[in-house]
Design a protein around this ligand. Structure first.
Ligand code: HEC
Length: 148
């Protein structure tokens, strides 16, 4: 009887450890996944910055960036679940605070990127449209990302 109880307790504690372990893994996964998408933002935005500073304009590169913005901005809001603000992350607690407009910013960024994809057809429309769009990167970082 006592042995059976001990086994049951042991089994329960193994189960608890397994479940807790899964939660920890799931959170570091979600952090890695969102950081991967944001790294991609960084990668495609680099040549955009170059073009705004006078490097030759290339419409296809701009369109690739805009497509990446739209695609990743759809996924990103779901990759910041409550409780994923600790560990190896640059996310600030303000993301989950009452009144946070964090998710709304990604939604706006997506909408504006869709509009920019249609509006940008040449260098003039690029220069008129793109600065306002990529200003939203830093705008969000100012409130919601740790300063490195
Ligand atoms: C709505 C808010 C928001 C917007 C818009 C946004 N970011 Fe971020 N960004 C974040 C947050 C929060 C982090 C930290 C994520 C983490 O570490 O968990 C981050 C992290 C990053 C990182 C570091 C990723 C890593 O860990 O290596 C890069 C690069 C980046 N963002 C680039 C951009 C660029 C470029 C844009 C615009 C095209 C952009 N971000 C738009 C909120 C935003």
């Amino acid at each position: 009887m006592a042995r059976r109880l001990a086994l049951a307790v042991l089994a329960a504690s193994i189960l608890t450890t397994a479940v807790t372990g899964t939660v920890v893994v799931a959170q570091s996964d979600v952090i890695k996944t969102r950081q991967g998408l944001l790294k991609e933002f960084g990668r495609v935005t680099k040549p955009i910055g170059g073009m705004l500073k006078g490097e030759p304009f290339d419409l296809a590169t701009v369109q690739t960036a805009l497509d990446t913005y739209v695609k990743n901005a759809k996924e990103l809001p779901n990759l910041f679940p409550e409780g994923s603000g600790t560990g190896d992350t640059g996310a600030l607690p303000a993301i989950w605070a009452a009144g946070s407009d964090f998710k709304a910013r990604f939604a706006k960024f997506e909408t504006d990127a869709v509009a920019a994809r249609a509006a940008i057809t040449d260098e003039a429309s690029f220069k008129a449209t793109m600065p306002g769009l990529i200003r939203q990167c830093g705008g969000c970082h100012d409130s919601y990302r740790k300063k490195s």
